[in-house]
Write a protein that binds this ligand. Structure first.
Ligand code: C2O
Ligand code: CU
Length: 484
């Protein structure tokens, strides 16, 4: 499984940009105002209905697929808010079962985190819940259910939350790319039987075979000469690791998992996203008129095109490309992390096909009944425990402000993407406690890899740590910790 990408050793391959570039004044065109603001009710509440719908996942000329989506759409509507402002979303559950809304990557108050049983009661079919909080960080975030998440996400429930910088950013236009994969039957219906696949849960998770960008088979983005696009990309798949390659275009990584990074050009235009990862890229349209820059996804056997940026003939947007970008304006993250008194914990990840954990589950003859994958099917463990992380005792508890260092050791034959709620963390170097020049909320690990992370536990409440390969989470790879 290729995990070659930004999470590996970017220091050696990144090229620092932006140093010494004179301040440029870029007039921002309409995009900043073009996409609707979040409110659609007179009192400023954005109503979001989780409900069944249909989507033409295989193209306009193919039969549509029945889905579940926010406002019935796949992906759900892009929500926009400015940093520091309040987001107020009223979730109306028009699904035939319970759900919740989780704001992936947002450092919000615990009661708004949308984790069933841990931070709120699940929202019953027909019920509603108001999510209301100030967004502390500008960047690209993602919303999705946390109840029966593996199945609800794979039916289509998720959408992008864009938090705008209050300061101007030197890009002309936002382009959202929600990447997903689907396991469809020949008639285009979602292969529902495999939602409960024991086999998938014990291996890589439910990997789909049809790719979509924003709910369609591919995307074509037309751009003017010398226009600068800001691509906001999320891997919304349940389990697929997405190694992307940007061919011909010069791309600059500006933010990872919603947080500004030191801008760098990824080697060979390659960026790998695990489930739940986001990346913001700047792409300057500098190809000859009428030529295009493909966006490729590495599948198990071949590279498949997800879309392309087409540099149009016609009047250029400006006479020359913009200068190398400066970093995005910073978010209010901890300026320093004090390691002296850190709470240190080893978190071995174990289980899955061919493991002892799995052999035990098989011997006990556990069935996968009813709804979703039964969490009692303990196929995976974190620090020796198999849990959903929605119930049970905490993995650890720390006082507010304490530094936490977790050493994940993936002892399995499968990749895992460990996601932390309510905080962003630093990825530590292997040899010392130095860290990579970016923040993450989800760290992708290949088979047998280790990853050490550090963060300041500065957000009080009950927070989850879990694998974002959602079938792994369902079958044991979840935990929570408390900040008091
Ligand atoms: Cu994106 Cu706990 O989830
Ligand atoms: Cu996993």
């Amino acid at each position: 499984m290729p995990t070659d990408g930004f999470a590996r050793s970017p220091i050696t391959r990144r090229r620092l940009l932006g140093a010494g570039v004179a301040a440029t004044c870029v007039v921002l065109p309409k995009w900043a105002h073009a996409q609707g603001r979040a409110a659609d009710a007179p009192d400023g509440v954005r109503v979001l209905r989780a409900k069944p719908g249909t989507a033409r996942l295989r193209g306009a000329d193919q039969a549509p697929t029945p889905v579940w989506g926010y406002d019935g759409a796949v992906p759900g509507p892009v929500l926009r808010v400015k940093r520091g402002q309040e987001l107020h979303v009223r979730l109306i559950n028009e699904l035939p079962e319970e759900t919740t809304l989780h704001w992936h990557g947002v450092r919000l108050p615990n009661a708004m985190d949308g984790v069933p049983h841990l931070t709120q009661a699940p929202v019953a079919a027909g019920g509603t819940f108001d999510y209301r909080f100030k967004v502390p960080d500008a960047g690209t975030f993602w919303y999705h259910p946390h109840q029966y998440a593996s199945e609800q996400l794979d039916r289509g429930l998720s959408g992008l939350l864009i938090v705008e910088e209050p300061e101007p950013v030197a890009a002309d236009r936002d382009v959202v790319l929600v990447l997903d994969d689907w396991r469809l039957k020949p008639d285009g219906q979602n292969d529902e039987a495999s939602f409960r696949s024991f086999h998938d849960a014990a291996h890589a998770g439910r990997i789909g075979t049809h790719f979509t960008v924003n709910g369609a088979p591919a995307i074509q983005v037309a751009a003017k000469q010398n226009e600068r696009l800001r691509l906001r990309i999320v891997n919304a798949a349940n389990a697929r690791v997405m190694p992307l390659r940007f061919d011909r275009a010069r791309v600059t990584v500006m933010a990872i998992d919603g947080q500004p990074a030191e801008p760098f050009e990824p080697r060979e235009g390659r960026v790998t996203l695990g489930p739940g990862n986001r990346v913001d890229l700047f792409v300057d349209c500098t190809l000859e008129p009428d030529s295009s820059a493909p966006i490729m996804l590495q599948d198990a056997r071949a590279e498949v095109p997800l879309g392309r940026v087409v540099c149009e003939a016609g009047a250029p947007l400006r006479a020359a490309p913009l200068p190398d970008p400066k970093p995005l304006p910073p978010n209010p993250l901890p300026a320093r992390i004090d390691f002296r008194n850190a709470h240190r914990l080893d978190v071995p990840l174990d289980g899955g096909a061919m493991s002892q954990t799995m052999a035990d589950a098989m011997r006990a003859g556990r069935e996968i009944p009813g709804h979703g994958i039964d969490p009692r099917a303990r196929l995976w463990t974190m620090a020796g425990q198999a849990s959903s992380g929605h119930h049970g005792p905490p993995m650890f508890s720390v006082k507010r402000g304490r530094t936490v260092m977790l050493a994940f050791a993936n002892k399995t034959a499968w990749p895992h993407g460990m996601h932390l709620h309510g905080h962003h963390f630093r990825l530590l170097d292997n040899l010392d406690d130095g860290w990579k020049p970016f923040w993450l909320d989800t760290v992708l690990m290949g088979p047998r890899e280790t990853a050490r992370i550090a963060f300041v536990a500065d957000n009080p409440g009950k927070w989850m740590i879990h694998c974002h390969m959602l079938e792994h989470h369902d079958t044991g790879m979840g935990a929570w910790f408390e900040v008091t």
